[in-house]
Design a protein around this ligand. Sequence first.
Ligand SMILES: Nc1ncnc2c1ncn2[C@@H]1O[C@H](COP(=O)(O)OP(=O)(O)OP(=O)(O)O)[C@@H](O)[C@H]1O
Ligand SMILES: C[C@H](N)[C@H](N)CCCCCC(=O)O
Ligand SMILES: [Mg+2]
Length: 243
Amino acid sequence: MSAVYIIGTDTDVGKTFVCAGLCWALREKGYNVGYFKPVLTGAIRSGSMLIPQDTEFVVKFAKINEDVYKLTPFICEKPASPHIAAGIENKDIDVDRIKQTFEDLSKNYEFIMIEGCGGLAVPLKEQNNQFYMQYQLIKELCNNVILVTTTKLGTINHTILTVEFAKAYGLCLKGIIVNMYKNESDEDKVIKTIAEFTNIPILAKVDLIRGCVNCKDENKFKNVFEKCFNNDTIMKIMGVFEC
Ligand SMILES: Nc1ncnc2c1ncn2[C@@H]1O[C@H](COP(=O)(O)OP(=O)(O)OP(=O)(O)O)[C@@H](O)[C@H]1O
Ligand SMILES: C[C@H](N)[C@H](N)CCCCCC(=O)O
Ligand SMILES: [Mg+2]
């Protein structure tokens, strides 16, 4: 089994969107790809249930036949850092349970795409004034990372900081996917600056789907993903999977 950790320069950069597109594109090509979201915060409440919306979106779009609660072992309602949300909701984010779930999933899938919660330096839990950080889980679970960023103003700083953090903490950052690409002037200069400074390959640019950001038009999504995750890109990304 091979896996890759999808992390972002921030929350809301499109990790889920990219995971959904990649899982869909790879499964369309016959790869047995699964998805795993160890920790999710900001879940949607439906009566007594908390809905892990990231997981729900990915499994539905990529037609992954798995229980979303198995794929998302730790779900918090508060849209906050996991250590804060879990503290408020009296949930203990058990790393051994995350590892066991990952091991169980690895028996069913050839490839697993793991979505992080926010960025690298997010505290997943706090115990005795000690933080357990997302980058630590990545190193223990699958130190094979793709970074999702955007071209919004500020991204040069955010992306370079994230890459330097990854290097400093021994993470294997294999590539960058630029999401919400508008194909406007200067965007490619931003991307070129990031590529040259970090020396990390730009694996793909995923177009911004204009109009309703949460549009449910799957065909619009598929058109973008077919274009952005073409055969060359898929081969590059398949070269990144290992663990
Ligand atoms: N390329 C895109 N075109 C249009 N909308 C997008 C695109 N990428 C992401 N979005 C939208 O932007 C919002 C944030 O995307 P997404 O939920 O994938 O971010 P995320 O990094 O997974 O966030 P989180 O940290 O909460 O997991 C969502 O409403 C999503 O539909
Ligand atoms: C709620 C949000 N959408 C994410 N799931 C959680 C992001 C945690 C970010 C923590 C931080 O960097 O301040
Ligand atoms: Mg997400």
